[in-house]
Design a protein around this ligand. Structure first.
Ligand code: ADP
Ligand code: MG
Length: 624
């Protein structure tokens, strides 16, 4: 009798065939990495057994330190120790005014207003700092899972705009991580609870972390999570609970004045007490103040009183978001708790009272986002062949173009499920207009000045026509990560122009390439692979342009022997290109370029001759 396959249909492939994919929660306070192992999504710990990696990066003369040991030095070495870098992602210097903690760092401004943090190791962009956190998590995943990573799903807040999403993706690229998908944090939390398996429903995700509060109202409809509303407070979190308790300590110590360094000491003590009170009814804490030792008893009741007004703020934001979403309280089918601060019993009680239903708390609120991301990563890597449906996300903010008078014309509305492509036609406003500026913006407001500027480019070569006669079709494509590409085409002539939108405050490709080279801890094999790819791209480019040139001008400018020789040389490079020897490809490209130089020279001569025959410069440029 033949042996049947042991695994049930639809179950994971054999272990050695599994593609390693992880979920990453890149948090403001803490970051985590999780993976599906033996059918279950779990977060991965470091050697010391801790799952949370404090999102803190410290630059020293010796190198970079990430996590707990960096955090421990934050008060001693504040300028070189970067905390909460997530708040800076995809932002310009102008955006940072008024951001909490901004005063702590020294910024230098680069072209386009992108902020760089000044550290002992040189100027660092927020993207580079985040990349350090991602690298640490990647190393942890490799060590734990013992293999190469196929890719990762990285979570971002639902309200992140294109610039902030792009910055997150850039950070991953710097860390040598292939991003399978960016996923909204609340969506990930809902997935962790399997809520995406339901047919439809409204879900509230209440996320109270260290320094931020986010409330998201989601509607699930046929496998698509629509974000009906997001709200919250970017300066409210567990840290404020610590401050409230530290303030109380100070009052008990009889001193209104804080001695230098003492406030940090007191907030650290407060944090410890707060976390203890989650499990116990009262805690005794020993404090030192002005050379005096004092013991204080803190009851949960007392603590609840101190943080009550802070919790009330979050409840108010919940009410507002429901209103924005146009959803009644009783339509909410599920409430999901996310973030370390939702462990505080008073928070749970108040949330339950408000929504009139018990919130979901079974999955560790610190880990729930990473767990959901891991489940998605596993599906995206192809480990669940037929069973599970792929989850779709939506565009968080509308995308549009600037039209006359500084108005924003929306091309794709927010909450459209992605990936998506949409096009719209525009026309010229002046007689004889031959170029058109395309300005891409994101946001819900009517005026361009109130929206976020994503990119600008110019469509040239529009034939001179009467105003309003030209038909310019601008097409937007948004990929599954919510990232945008735009192209513009004049329909009567087919003149075309396109860009991959790089947000104003992102890094450009060269900057990323330089950083990649500079980054000493970047895995060598990743570097080699990248080099190989670059050489292959180079070879492809040369082969394609030569093929094209021979097609157009071969007959008139080359003898058949010359064509045969070039074709043979091209064949050699093609063979090399398919090998994985970067040096050989580079050499091959050089040889072929030299061998074809004479042809390029003849083409050049020909176009000059043509020009002298009275053709316009424009046409020649168009030919080149
Ligand atoms: P973020 O999403 O901002 O990265 P986290 O979700 O990791 O943040 O939450 C960190 C916050 O959770 C901190 O303020 C921390 O003190 C708080 N926290 C962690 N554990 C507990 C606990 N047991 N009780 C109360 N608060 C806790
Ligand atoms: Mg979080």
């Amino acid at each position: 009798m033949a042996l049947l396959q042991i695994a049930e249909p639809g179950q994971s492939p054999e272990p050695h065939q599994r593609k390693l994919a992880v979920g990453i929660d890149l948090g403001t306070t803490n970051s985590l990495v999780a993976a599906v192992r033996s059918g279950e999504a779990t977060t991965l710990s470091d050697e010391g057994g801790s799952h949370l990696l404090p999102s803190v990066v410290r630059y020293t003369e010796q190198g970079v330190v990430v996590g707990q040991s960096a955090l421990a030095q934050a008060s001693v070495d504040p300028f070189n120790t970067i905390v909460s870098v997530k708040r800076l992602m995809g932002r310009g210097v102008a955006d940072l005014k008024g951001l909490q903690g901004e005063a702590v760092y020294r910024f230098s401004e680069r072209d386009g207003g992108m902020p760089f943090l000044q550290t002992i190791a040189g100027d660092k962009s927020p993207v580079e700092v985040s990349a350090e956190i991602l690298r640490t998590l990647k190393a942890r995943a490799r060590a734990t899972l013992e293999g190469e990573l196929e890719g990762a799903v990285i979570t971002v807040p639902a309200y992140f705009d294109d610039a902030q999403r792009q910055a997150t993706k850039d950070a991953a690229q710097l860390a040598g991580i292939n991003v399978l998908r960016l996923l909204n944090e609340p969506t990930a939390a809902a997935v962790a609870y399997g809520l995406d398996q339901a047919a439809e429903g409204v879900i509230a995700v209440y996320d109270l972390g260290g320094g931020t509060f986010d409330i998201s109202i989601l509607r699930l409809n046929k496998g698509v999570f629509e974000v009906l509303a997001t709200g919250g407070d970017s300066a409210l979190g567990g840290d404020d609970f610590d401050l409230a308790l530290a303030q109380w300590f100070l009052e008990q110590l009889g001193g209104e004045e804080v001695v230098a360094g003492e406030s940090r000491y007191l907030t650290e003590k407060a944090r410890w007490v707060k976390e203890q009170l989650t499990e116990r009814d009262s805690v005794i804490v020993d404090l030192e103040h002005a050379g005096q030792k004092i013991s204080l008893t803190v009851s949960r009741e007392l603590f609840d009183g101190l943080v009550d007004s802070l919790i009330t703020k979050t409840i108010r934001a919940c009410r507002r978001s429901l209103r924005d979403a146009g959803v009644e309280l009783d339509e909410v089918q599920d409430v999901v708790m996310v973030g370390g601060s939702t462990r505080v019993p008073a928070v749970r009680t108040r949330v339950e009272q408000f929504f009139q239903r018990a919130p979901r708390i079974n999955i560790d609120p610190d880990r729930v986002v990473a767990v959901g991301a891991a489940i998605q990563a596993d599906i995206l890597a192809g480990n669940k062949p037929d069973s599970e449906m792929l989850l779709l996300d939506v565009l968080p903010l509308s995308l549009g173009l600037e039209t006359m008078g500084g108005l924003a014309e929306k091309v794709i509305h927010r909450n459209t499920s992605i990936p998506v492509a949409r096009a719209q036609e525009f026309t010229t406003y002046q007689d004889g207009q031959t170029a058109m500026m395309i300005h891409v913006v994101q946001g819900e407001r009517e005026l361009v000045s109130d929206c976020r500027s994503l990119a600008q480019f110019v469509l040239r070569g529009i034939p001179p026509m009467a105003a309003g006669a030209a038909k310019i079709r601008v097409a937007f494509q948004v990929d599954a990560d919510g990232l945008l590409g735009v192209s513009a085409k004049e329909l009567s002539t087919g003149v075309e122009s396109e860009i991959q939108v790089k947000p104003s405050y992102g890094l450009d490709d060269n900057e990323i390439a330089d950083m990649l080279k500079a980054s000493y801890s970047f895995a060598e094999e990743d570097m080699l692979l990248r080099n190989l790819r670059e050489q292959q791209v180079e070879a492809d480019r040369l082969l394609a342009s030569l093929t094209q040139a021979i097609q157009t001008d071969g007959e008139s400018l080359l003898t058949s022997a010359e064509i045969a020789h070039l074709t043979e040389q091209m064949g050699i490079l093609q063979t090399l290109r398919d090998s994985s020897d970067a040096d050989a490809i580079e050499q091959g490209v050089k040889v072929l370029s030299q061998a074809s130089d004479f042809f390029a020279a003849r083409r050049m001569d020909q176009s000059i001759k043509n020009a002298l025959k009275g053709h316009s410069i424009d046409e020649i440029e168009g030919d080149a």
